[in-house]
Design a protein around this ligand. Structure first.
Ligand code: NA7
Length: 491
C-alpha cells in the first residue's frame, strides 16, 4: 500500500526511548516524517538503562539480540552483558541520528484523543503539551519495580533496594547479603556476587527450573571476521540452533504434552540431578511445577555458583524483616548488612500511570479494568491511531523482543499508510474484532504451559496467561498484513 512517500504529513509522538521507541524513531526518520520521542529519564535504553545489577546479561544470544538492520560484529560473548547492550543502543541512536528528536526528562502524564481534529494531545509532567496524529506507546513492560509486601521491610537498618534501583554504595564485598527472589534477576545476581560476599542468603519462595546454556567469548579474530562479512552474523542469527530453538520452544509452550516440552523438562531435570551434588540442596532447589511455567531461567553457571560455601539457600517462609536482618516463620534469624529485592516488576502497567483517554472519554484504565489487552497486541478499539510496541498479549518467552517489535512495526506502518494516503484520519480496530481476538486468545492461553499451575508475571490478575498463546509462526503471519476489514477506518 505504501509508496514510500508521505502524501499527508503525519506527526507522531513516541513514548519511551528504549529498544522499541528507538526502533520506531529510526523507521519514522527514514521516512522523513515528523516525530518526537518523549523519554522520562536522561538517557536512552529502557530496561538496559534501568537495570545495572551485577551479573546482568540478556538470555537471548547476542547476535540474535540486535535490530535486523543493524547487526553488531563486536559482541564480546554469546550472551552479552547489560552494559554492552546499553552501549549498542547508544551507538544505534547516534548512527541513525535520532538523538536530537528525543526529549529527555519528559515524563508523559496524559494522552488525550480529540475526535474533532483526529489528534492526540500529549501532556508531559511540566504541563507542556504536544499535538500528534499518532501515538506510539513504546514504554516497555518490565519497568515498574514490584516491592514485596513483607512486614517490617522499611525497618531494615542496612541498605535495602530493588534490583532495578541498584545501590552502588551497598555493602556487598565481604558483607552479609540477603537476596529475595529467584527469577532471572535473582539467579544472575547470585552468580555474580557469591564470591564477593562473606555470606549470601538466597530467599527462594518458589525455586526455578534452570535450562543450561553455553556461554563463551568471541575472539578478536571472530569479531574481525564478523566485521568483514556480516553474513557470518546472519548465519548465527538465523541458524537452526537459535531460530530452530525459538520455534521449538514456542511449539512446546503451546503443546504442553508434546515431545518438545518433554525434552525441555528432561533437560532441566537432568541439569538439576547432575549439577547439584548435595541431595538436601538439590531437593531445596527442585520446583514443584512444570518447567517453562514461569519464565525459564537460562544459565550456564547458577547451579555451580549456588554450591559455593558462602551461599545459603533459604526456602522457608519469611515472617518479617527486622532492623538487623530477616526473621523466618520458624524463628530462624538471618543477620544481614544488605537486603536486595529481586522481586520482579508490575508487568500489567505498560504506559500507565500516564492517563490515556480515547474516544468518548474512554480511559485506558477503564478499558483495561479486567486485564490489559490489545487487538493482536498492537491496537485498541476506541483509541484510534494509538499503536503499541511490545504491548499486552504479545509473544513472551525466551526469545528476542526486538524481533517482536520489528514485526509489530511492519504491521503498524501499514495502518499508518492509511493516514499517510489520506484514506483515513483515524484507524482503530472494531470492538467486535477485538472481543473475538480476546475470546480466542484467552481460551488458547489457558492451555499453554504458562497456565499449567504456577504463579508468574506472565499471568494477569485473573490468573490467565497474558501472552500470545499460538505459535511464533502464527504471530509472524499475523503481523505480515493487518486484517483491514477488522478496522474501523474514519475518513
Ligand atoms: P520475576 O521473574 O518476576 O521474579 C521475582 C521473584 O521474586 C520470584 O522468585 C518471586 O517468587 C519472588 N518474590 C516476589 N515477591 C516475593 C515475596 N513477597 N516474598 C518472597 N519472594 C518474592 O522477576 P525478575 O526480575 O527476576 O525477572 C523479570 C524478567 O526480567 C525476567 O523474566 C526477564 O524477562 C527479565 P515467586 O515465584 O512469586 O514465588
Amino acid at each position: 500500500m505504501s509508496d514510500g512517500k508521505s502524501r499527508r504529513s503525519i506527526r507522531s509522538a513516541i513514548i519511551g526511548a528504549g529498544m522499541a521507541g528507538i526502533l520506531a524513531a529510526i523507521k519514522l526518520k527514514q521516512r522523513g516524517e515528523d516525530f518526537v520521542v518523549f523519554e522520562k529519564a536522561d538517557r536512552i535504553g529502557g530496561t538496559w538503562r534501568e537495570n545495572r545489577y551485577p551479573g546482568l546479561t540478556c538470555d537471548v544470544p547476542s547476535h540474535a539480540y540486535t535490530y535486523s538492520f543493524e547487526p553488531y560484529p563486536d559482541w564480546k560473548a554469546n550472551f552479552a552483558d547489560g552494559a554492552e547492550i546499553h552501549g549498542y543502543f547508544e551507538m544505534v541512536t547516534d548512527k541513525y541520528g535520532i538523538r536530537d528528536q528525543i526529549r529527555f526528562g519528559c515524563e508523559v502524564t496524559a494522552v488525550d484523543w480529540d475526535d474533532a481534529t483526529s489528534s492526540w494531545t500529549v501532556t508531559i509532567a511540566s504541563g507542556e503539551t504536544y499535538v500528534a496524529d499518532v501515538v506510539i506507546a513504546a514504554s516497555g513492560v518490565l519497568h515498574h519495580p514490584k516491592l514485596p509486601e513483607i512486614e517490617g521491610l522499611d525497618s531494615f537498618g542496612g541498605k535495602s533496594f530493588h534490583t532495578a534501583r541498584w545501590d552502588d554504595e551497598a555493602k556487598i564485598d565481604g558483607g552479609r547479603v540477603g537476596l529475595i527472589g529467584c527469577g532471572s534477576t535473582g539467579i544472575q545476581i547470585v552468580t555474580a556476587i557469591n564470591r564477593r560476599v562473606e555470606r549470601l542468603v538466597h530467599f527462594q519462595r518458589s525455586p526455578q527450573w534452570i535450562l543450561p546454556v553455553q556461554q563463551f567469548a568471541f575472539t578478536d579474530e571472530q569479531r574481525a571476521a564478523f566485521r568483514a562479512d556480516p553474513k557470518l552474523i546472519d548465519a548465527i542469527r538465523y541458524s537452526d540452533e537459535y531460530l530452530g530453538a525459538v520455534l521449538r520452544f514456542t511449539r512446546a509452550i503451546t503443546d504442553i504434552d508434546g515431545a518438545q516440552m518433554q525434552e525441555i523438562e528432561e533437560i532441566c531435570r537432568q541439569n538439576l540431578e547432575t549439577s547439584v551434588r548435595d541431595p538436601e540442596l538439590r531437593e531445596k532447589l527442585r520446583p514443584d511445577y512444570r518447567a517453562a511455567c514461569k519464565r525459564l531461567i537460562y544459565s550456564w553457571s547458577y547451579y555451580e555458583e549456588v554450591q559455593h560455601p558462602a551461599v545459603f539457600v533459604e526456602t522457608g517462609g519469611i515472617a518479617r524483616v527486622e532492623p538487623k536482618g530477616v526473621r523466618m516463620a520458624d524463628g530462624t534469624f538471618h543477620e544481614l548488612d544488605t537486603l536486595i529485592l529481586a522481586t520482579g516488576f508490575r508487568a500489567d502497567r505498560f504506559i500507565r500511570p500516564a492517563g490515556v483517554t480515547g474516544q468518548g472519554g474512554r480511559t485506558l484504565d477503564d478499558f483495561w479494568s479486567v486485564r490489559p489487552s490489545a487487538y493482536y497486541a498492537v491496537t485498541l478499539p476506541e483509541f484510534p491511531n494509538f499503536f503499541m510496541l511490545n504491548g499486552p498479549t504479545g509473544p513472551v518467552g525466551n526469545f528476542s523482543l526486538i524481533d517482536i517489535a520489528e514485526r509489530q512495526w511492519a504491521y503498524i506502518d501499514q495502518l499508518m499508510d492509511l493516514l499517510r494516503t489520506g484514506e483515513a484520519r483515524a484507524v482503530a480496530p472494531k470492538a467486535s474484532a477485538h472481543a473475538d481476538y480476546e475470546e480466542r486468545r484467552i481460551a488458547a492461553a489457558k492451555t499453554t504451559i504458562f497456565g499449567s499451575g504456577c504463579s508468574s508475571w506472565y499471568l494477569d490478575a485473573t490468573g490467565v496467561p497474558s501472552s500470545w498463546p499460538w505459535g511464533y509462526e502464527d504471530f509472524a503471519e499475523a503481523m505480515t498484513v493487518p486484517k483491514f476489514e477488522d478496522y474501523a477506518i474514519a475518513a
